[in-house]
Design a protein around this ligand. Structure first.
Ligand SMILES: [Zn+2]
Length: 208
């Protein structure tokens, strides 16, 4: 039997299940499986600072996206500004409670919880404090991430707008562009910052 400490020095290839000994990588390099040549892991350059900067940026874009109308629609002289929150508040008004709760969750509660969780978690790691809370937040993050579908919401806004072209004059506001940037950074982070890397980072930071 190997001890946990010895197991930490090994890495298994996800494609072919070959066991490898972990090595320390030089910057901008990756470890490749000797059997099937798939990537085992990469050297993350300053992952903590980069992720912290990105998550603070997404928080700013998210707040901006919520402050002003996303679009203003000029329909035969009557101008309507649509904000993110008006999307689900209107549904409540019209008594579509289920749809209202669902969209409030997808476009507001979930993204807000994710970003705030991310910012606090990375700040704690940066300051090397509160390991127990960091652990809990990492677990919460893995539970919530699969529900993150704000990009689908952005696409549905665009589809709705395209349908209105020709009937009304549509103007995209500053909040729309903030939302677009928010979705792009969100997608970039989801693709590039893996839960494995975050857990690994936590281990390295608190074991010292
Ligand atoms: Zn392999």
């Amino acid at each position: 039997m190997l001890s946990n400490h010895e197991l930490d020095k090994l890495v298994i290839c996800k494609k072919c299940a070959t066991l490898h000994k972990k090595i320390i990588l030089a910057s901008k390099t990756k470890a490749i499986c000797t059997t099937c040549h798939s990537t085992l892991y990469r050297k993350h350059e300053d992952l903590l600072n980069k992720s912290l900067a990105l998550s603070v940026t997404t928080l700013i874009f998210f707040i901006t996206a919520n402050l002003f109308p996303i679009v203003t629609i000029d329909f035969a002289g009557s101008v309507n500004g649509i904000t993110l929150s008006s999307v689900f508040l209107t549904m409540f008004d019209k008594q579509f409670y289920f749809a209202g709760i669902f969209s409030a969750f997808v476009i507001f509660l979930l993204p807000l919880t994710l970003i705030v969780n991310f910012v606090i978690l990375l700040l704690f790691m940066k300051l090397k404090i509160n390991e127990r809370a960091v652990k809990k937040m990492l677990v919460l993050l893995s539970t919530l991430l699969p529900w993150n579908m704000v990009e689908i919401f952005l696409i549905s806004i665009l589809v709705a707008m395209v349908k209105l072209i020709g009937y009304a004059e549509i103007n995209f506001g500053i909040s729309f562009w903030a939302l677009v940037l928010f979705v792009f950074i969100d997608m970039y982070m989801t693709k590039n910052i893996s839960m494995i890397a975050l857990w690994g980072m936590k281990e390295r930071i608190y074991e010292r």
